[in-house]
Design a protein around this ligand. Sequence first.
Ligand code: NAD
Length: 502
Amino acid sequence: MSERKQKLVAALAELGLGEQPQSLINGVLCDGAGVDIQLVDPFTEEVLLSYFDADAALANAACDAAQDAQKTWVREFSAAARGQVMQDISRAVLAHAEPLATIEAIVAGKPIRDCRIEVAKVAEMFAYYAGWADKLHGEVIPVPSGHLNYTQREPLGVVFQITPWNAPIFTAGWQIAPAIATGNGVVIKPSELTPITTVALVKIAESGGLPAGLVNVLCGLGPTTGQAAIAHAAVRKMVFVGSPETGRQVAIAAASALKPAVLELGGKSANIVFEDANLEHACLGAQAAIFSGAGQSCVAGSRLLLHRSIHERLIDMLSSGMNKIQLGDPLDDATEVGPISNARQFEHVRQMLIEANDEGADVLSRNAADGQGYFVPPTILKGLANTANAAQKEIFGPVVTAIPFDDEAEAIALANATDFGLAGAVWTADVSRAHRVAEAVRAGTFWINSYKAIHVSSPFGGSLSSGFGRSSGTDALMEYTSAKSVWLDSAPTPRIAFGYVS
Ligand code: NAD
């Protein structure tokens, strides 16, 4: 067994997990019965582990378990007690941070320093929503008829969440915490390529007091396991995080069963730099926007819009900065950027670079030795129009397309000339212009002289091909509940305008 696999197996054992990834249903680890799925280390290309697709039988069992446990969660736990359990989960996650980060680093190929931050953020998510558990209440509405009319926010029942491979435990915490804080049961299907930390998170949550079956994890494929769970009668809402192509299929399946969906999809975000910006800060922001996480971030600043007067200068700064980035083993504390997370994505990024070259891009790539692992060097594409494929399609790799503009109106027009509407940023010293641009660019999240700042207390989501609905903050509380309006008539005789008494 390789040294890396030994580290992985040791981390799994520390969390009470075996070598074969298993689904977690009603508190019990279960083997799937579908096709064989292999997990490959993106740094060494070694097959690490394999397991069987959960398939429809486990998907149905997971939905049934969530349906039963949800009733216990709302009937036998007060709202304050639910919040207390979530505080305990937050502490339990922190107590297991190192094995969680190690597994994520090996299986997803993310630098361990990023994994540690993401695990800490998961603990923060449970603590944040713990505070909301007993503070979500309705209102009394002064209706003109004189009835006492009040509203209640009710849980939906069972929600089914599907997540991608780029930030597995972060995305799991991001969706599970608000769902259970509002009284729902959950079935979650992480990417088949990175399922383990989601199972581990829920197991840790159960050790922190979460009732077995309230959150169930399905390890398996989308078209089999995922579609079976979408179709299950207990599932009342879909929350999907992933690509626009799959998001469309999920939304169609949900809509055909008249189930609502939240879609958190991709982006092609514009990072706009004006000539009056602090260029050193803008350069740091541009690097973080596209090279951190090897560009595998939905909010990546993949289109760098530069005022023509600083276009060449900022590209030079970015290019010399990218040569200093520490590429390497995700398990190494010093690594800033690791490999692309899996073979399929690696091929996609390389194909996009070939296309960009064919489209006439001037390709500035950092030197990187050919060797093992799915590494793509940080790359800047120059000389392409905003209409080029590389400027319009999501690359989801450390590749930025730099495009010049002449004035504010052109910068805004270019920023909005995309099918997406997820995020964006502007760098300028002019406060009025900053606000004008923030208002004019179509984006669910927008930064001024910053990039990638996010927090569980602030809403997140997109429009058009970036999806619809919102996660995080109080918006997520609304997504995971529905309003009930209750009318009480206190008049001596009912205020009913029609009817007969025999
Ligand atoms: P993907 O769409 O290939 O897969 C996402 C999930 O969908 C996986 O769990 C997969 O198993 C499942 N799936 C696949 N086919 C399915 C089907 N037919 N039915 C049901 N489920 C199915 O995405 P990916 O490659 O894992 O992730 C990368 C994408 O995710 C990028 O587009 C990125 O921008 C997006 N993303 C968006 C956000 C956001 O919050 N907006 C966050 C992270 C990633």
